[in-house]
Design a protein around this ligand. Structure first.
Ligand SMILES: [Zn+2]
Length: 186
């Protein structure tokens, strides 16, 4: 990520909104914003395939005794909406998959969700990205992802409905047709 370029443009942005970028409270702001963006948009540098390889350490499913669906709920992530560069917060991700001989470590599932969220996103696409990465990392076609999130571009402006949450679901493989599997994500 080009931090020098971010600093240059954040300074210009401050001027454009009528601020004095040289006043005491703002003098360090371009550098702080550049550092923050490098951190919260870290996933921009990686493809879904690269994230799957990064966090794809698996265990043999025999150790876990079954091929029943594995569900992990309430993974908290933050992301930024690509339409307004606005924070999407209070986001909770539920992930389910049916192992085909390989089981992902639980912490790896959370890291996958976090890294996919660290991009300019749309909530629907974040769900698809997570499903695609889990599918590749675990080597299974059967993945479901449910996301609930609050978008500050909606709650902080316009109708100011501060409690509105958006729910999106992504189903791959048998999650598409099996209503019992879908219910496991609730
Ligand atoms: Zn938005």
């Amino acid at each position: 990520m080009d931090k020098e370029k971010i600093m240059f443009h954040v300074k210009g942005l401050l001027e454009a909104i009528g601020e004095d970028p040289d006043r005491e409270g703002l003098i360090e702001t371009p550098a702080r914003v550049a550092d923050m963006l490098a951190e919260v948009l870290e996933g921009t540098a990686y493809s879904n395939h690269q994230i799957a390889e990064m966090f794809g350490k698996t265990f043999s499913a025999e150790d876990n005794g079954s091929d029943e669906a594995i569900i992990m709920k309430d993974i908290t992530v933050f992301s930024y909406c690509e339409h307004h560069l606005a924070l999407m917060y209070d986001m909770s991700v539920n992930v389910g998959y049916i192992p085909r001989g390989k089981v992902l470590g639980l912490s790896k599932i959370a890291r996958i969700c976090e890294m996919a969220a660290k991009r300019l996103q749309l909530q629907e696409r974040l769900g698809r990205d997570i499903a695609e990465i889990i599918s590749e990392a675990a080597g299974t076609p059967d993945v479901g992802v449910k996301i609930q999130g609050t978008h500050s571009c909606m709650t902080a402006r316009g109708i100011k409905n501060s409690t509105a949450r958006t729910e999106t679901r992504t189903y791959l493989g048998s999650f598409k047709t099996d209503s019992d599997l879908k219910k496991l994500l609730d």
